[in-house]
Design a protein around this ligand. Structure first.
Ligand code: FE2
Ligand code: NI
Length: 483
């Protein structure tokens, strides 16, 4: 058995090291390690509860809105107002958050992932100059013609402009990006005027045009060429908290655009929140893990058996993949009928099963599906926005309370938990999407989802190409994961 170290994994967010143990040209075992400690949960101890939201949005510059929302939901839950958020406030938060999804999925497809599949050495002229600035591994296994490569690289450049538009959408209602100023417990601080609503609509239409006429055909072309990648990077267990509340409650998981739940061995089950725990057997921490509000963890670089700064979230003691594949599976189990019919038709056309969604190609397909769907929903929400009433409700900070806030970031389930004592934060815990996906082994030796997905991946020669494709298909965000 030989060992290949990929350190750092490039074209992802943050610091990730992957160690591959290779035998007979295939990955036999994989170890995923987050190399940075940040300590944001510890920074929060003893602070005013409202600080939590302003600080935790800074957990990440890529998916800050998911943390901002999870923290707002968490505080609302602790303040006892989670069931009574004004509908306009809720919709504005969805409009901000949804635009960030579009931004993230474009970023992932064009700027983080696509270069794994392109052979840039084929280019000539001005595109060759650009190619000189980019690193790509795709030459070893590219299936795009020169004309397609040039077109995709042209879309790579157009997608930069489209991401800017998506950020403008967010900032119109959120005050600024990446770290919003508008989302607060109880709703939003700012009621946009007609000019801002029109500006949002105008940009959203431009963005939708691009998604329908450029991004989606590119995703389909990719799937056609890399059909065998529905077999690469597979996992079995999927989990979602659900996202985008549809009513006035930020706490109820049943009434959300993307449904909550778990899929295990093919079957859907409702989520039992008490079953979420964190293990630190493979992590550099002292103390005990367990449920988020009961853990007593401190950083400890000398920890026996530790090889990562990520903790290992588990559900009923098992590792679960979170993200777009999980969300689409939950939609197929519990979601809108119209969307289910569309997805089932697509799976039939591609001749793939629901189970194959949790694969390298399946994750790209799932992102494509939810990007188109969400862009349409954003326009519907904008049409139904009634700004004649309140966009936030008041609250009182209790002496003692605890709360939980759950939502979805583009790359998966985000949860925040708080315990308040004497009107101060006594304990705060975050479990980020990539903490699930890139987690190390737990006390039973169960590998994390990326570690599992890598097993069996072909490693021709010194090639890290396929392993890179598997890891990047999860859209890892390590800054979030270590928080
Ligand atoms: Fe955490
Ligand atoms: Ni992030």
């Amino acid at each position: 058995m030989r060992t290949i170290l990929v350190d750092p994994v490039t074209r992802i967010e943050g610091h990730l090291k992957i160690e591959l143990r290779v035998e007979d040209g295939k990955v036999h075992e994989a170890y995923s390690s987050g190399g940075l400690y940040r300590g944001i949960e510890e920074i929060l101890s003893g602070r005013h509860p409202l600080d939590a939201q302003r600080i935790t949005t800074r957990v990440c510059g890529v998916c800050p809105l998911a943390h901002s929302l999870a923290s707002a939901y968490c505080l609302e839950n602790a303040f006892g107002i989670g069931g009574e958020i004004p509908e306009a406030g809720q919709l504005l938060r969805n409009l901000i958050h949804g635009a960030n999804f579009l931004h993230n999925h474009l970023l992932h497809f064009y700027h983080l992932s696509l270069l794994d599949y392109l052979d840039l050495s084929r280019l000539s002229g001005p595109l060759a100059d650009l190619a000189g600035l980019l690193s790509s591994d795709g030459g070893e296994d590219t299936r795009f013609s020169q004309e397609e490569t040039e077109r995709l690289l042209d879309h790579y450049i157009q997608a930069l402009e489209m991401r800017r538009k998506a950020h403008e959408l967010e900032a119109l209602f959120a005050g600024k990006m990446p770290h919003d100023m508008a989302i607060v417990p109880g709703g939003v601080t700012y009621k946009p005027g007609l000019a801002e609503v029109a500006a949002y609509r105008f940009r959203l239409r431009e963005l939708r045009d691009f998604l329908k006429s450029v991004y989606w055909p590119d995703v389909l072309l990719f799937l056609e060429r890399y059909r065998d990648h529905f077999q690469l990077g597979r996992t079995r267990n999927l989990l979602s908290y659900g996202g985008f509340p549809l009513g006035s409650s930020s706490a109820v998981l049943e009434n959300r655009l993307f449904p909550a739940g778990v899929v295990e061995d093919g079957g859907y089950r409702p989520l039992v929140l008490e079953e979420i725990t964190e293990s630190v057997a493979g992590s550099w921490y002292s103390g005990t893990g367990g449920r988020p509000l009961e853990s007593t963890l401190r950083p400890w670089p000398q920890a026996q058996g530790g090889y990562s700064w990520l903790k290992a979230p588990r559900y009923q003691g098992k590792a679960y993949e979170v993200g777009p594949a999980a969300r689409v599976r939950m939609v197929l189990a519990k979601g809108e009928q119209r969307l289910q019919t569309w997805i089932r038709g697509m799976l039939r056309d591609l001749n793939i099963s629901e189970e194959e969604l949790s694969s390298v190609a399946g994750r790209h397909l799932a992102r494509g599906i939810e990007t188109l769907y969400l862009a349409q929903k954003l326009e519907e929400w904008l049409d139904s926005l009634d700004l004649s009433g309140l966009v936030a409700r008041p609250f009182v900070i209790p002496d003692q309370a605890q709360g939980m806030g759950l939502t979805e970031a583009a790359r998966g389930a985000v949860g925040h938990w708080i315990r308040i004592e004497r009107k101060k934060i006594a304990h705060y815990q975050i479990i980020s999407p990539t903490t699930w996906n890139a987690s190390p082994r737990d006390e039973k030796g169960v590998p994390g989802p990326i570690e599992q997905a890598l097993v069996g991946t072909p490693v021709p020669g010194e090639g890290r190409l396929f392993a890179g494709r598997v890891v990047r298909s999860f859209d890892p965000c390590l800054a979030c994961a270590v928080h």
